[in-house]
Design a protein around this ligand. Structure first.
Ligand SMILES: *[C@@H]1O[C@H](CO)[C@@H](O)[C@H](O)[C@H]1NC(C)=O
Ligand SMILES: *[C@@H]1O[C@H](CO)[C@@H](O)[C@H](O)[C@H]1NC(C)=O
Ligand SMILES: *[C@@H]1O[C@H](CO)[C@@H](O)[C@H](O)[C@H]1NC(C)=O
Ligand SMILES: *[C@@H]1O[C@H](CO)[C@@H](O)[C@H](O)[C@H]1NC(C)=O
Ligand SMILES: *[C@@H]1O[C@H](CO)[C@@H](O)[C@H](O)[C@H]1NC(C)=O
Length: 320
């Protein structure tokens, strides 16, 4: 996996302080591509939903739920994946090739049904390795379990005696253990789709509920089970609708996380970067049992990636 060494001044501010420094030109470019692929993304999502929910995915408004948060298949789930921040809890060593990354973590089951399309053609893209990581129901990341999810990141660094200037995402080693829960990767199949089962994430200080994702078009599985991956074509974060999140967070064990108040999408800085970036990184969801999200969630999303992209997109850090 390839990480550019970018000074913390740049990345941390992208994480925490001024993430909205994406250039206007780049925003326009992504919006245009996202718009162009919208019909393809909509029909791609619909076909997948139809497969899981025979008879329900064919029209926009037939999905009946107790509470119709997303009663429509979202057209705008074509994620124009920019190179958004990986965040401080990226830890490639703990990523495992598997289709169920829950490892018994308590909480509500989540099945992520992810489609990938090539933004140049709007066609499904097979054999793209998708790499996911997120926190557990009470906000902890595996491999970093000794770091409190309730302490703001800069304070954590201070406690660890690490100067802010010396911290580089993906380089500075903050890991505290070798646990691997809620980290996994799996490739898209022949028709550009993959599924990953996990446990619905909770939240940690300052961030709305999200799942990190990276896409690789160039990767190799070794005999010893490890994966080496080259071309990072996208790094992003995926989100959930606020109404469903509020419902799920009221249920144990999520509700036991009372030490901090949850940051919602509307006040999360990084979420707004995504929106401004011309894409909608919010899962379309249906209750897995057709009835109640408390029993499990299926999330559909289509990511648009540019296979010719490579590594860090510096335009993310340009000033307007
Ligand atoms: C979704 O996209 C389809 C196909 O482009 C279009 O016919 C439909 O009106 C769109 N629906 C919404 C809700 O935007
Ligand atoms: C969706 O609806 C169209 C038009 O009614 C029909 O031709 C098509 O067979 C349906 N597709 C599925 C998968 O049911
Ligand atoms: C989340 O992980 C932390 C660290 O391993 C653990 O203490 C906590 O109990 C976990 N949360 C739940 C709900 O199991
Ligand atoms: C697995 O195999 C790859 C390729 O031969 C090698 O680079 C890597 O170090 C091996 N990893 C382990 C943990 O043995
Ligand atoms: C959460 O927000 C409420 C309302 O603003 C406030 O009264 C409460 O003290 C906050 N709780 C924590 C743990 O910050």
């Amino acid at each position: 996996m390839k990480f550019s060494v970018v000074a913390i001044a740049g990345l941390l501010s992208a994480v925490l302080a001024h993430p909205e420094t994406i250039s206007r030109r780049e925003i326009q470019r992504r919006s245009a591509i996202s718009k162009r692929c919208e019909p393809s993304a909509a029909s791609f999502n619909r076909r997948r939903m139809e497969k899981r929910w025979p008879g329900r995915g064919n029209t926009t408004y037939t999905i009946q739920t107790e509470a119709p948060y997303f009663d429509a298949i979202q057209n705008d789930t074509c994620v124009m994946s920019p190179i958004l921040t990986e965040g401080p809890y990226v830890w490639p060593r703990s990523q495992t090739l598997r289709q169920d990354m829950s490892e018994g973590q308590p909480g509500i089951p989540l099945w992520m049904d992810v489609g990938v399309i090539d933004v140049n053609t709007c066609e499904p893209l097979p054999n793209v390795l998708l790499n996911f990581w997120h926190c557990n129901a009470t906000g902890s990341y595996s491999s970093f379990t000794a770091l409190s999810p309730n302490t703001p990141f800069l304070e954590l660094l201070e406690q660890l005696g690490i100067d802010e200037e010396d911290f580089t995402i993906g380089v500075t080693d903050l890991h505290t253990d070798d646990s691997t829960f809620l980290r996994g990767m799996w490739p898209t199949n022949d028709v550009g789709v993959m599924e990953m089962k996990t446990t619905f994430p909770g939240f940690y200080v300052g961030r709305s509920i999200h799942i990190h994702v990276q896409a690789f078009t160039d990767w190799t599985l070794h005999d010893n089970g490890t994966v080496s991956s080259g071309n990072v074509v996208s790094t992003g974060q995926l989100y959930f609708g606020e109404t469903m999140s509020a419902e799920l967070m009221a249920i144990e064990p999520y509700s036991l996380h009372t030490q901090i108040n949850r940051t919602t999408n509307s006040i999360d800085d990084i979420f707004s970067v995504g929106l401004k970036g011309g894409y909608n990184p919010v899962f379309s969801t249906v209750p897995a049992d057709g009835n109640d999200y408390a029993n499990g969630v299926i999330g559909f999303i289509t990511m648009g990636v540019d296979p010719s992209a490579n590594g860090i997109d510096n335009s993310m850090y340009e000033q307007e």
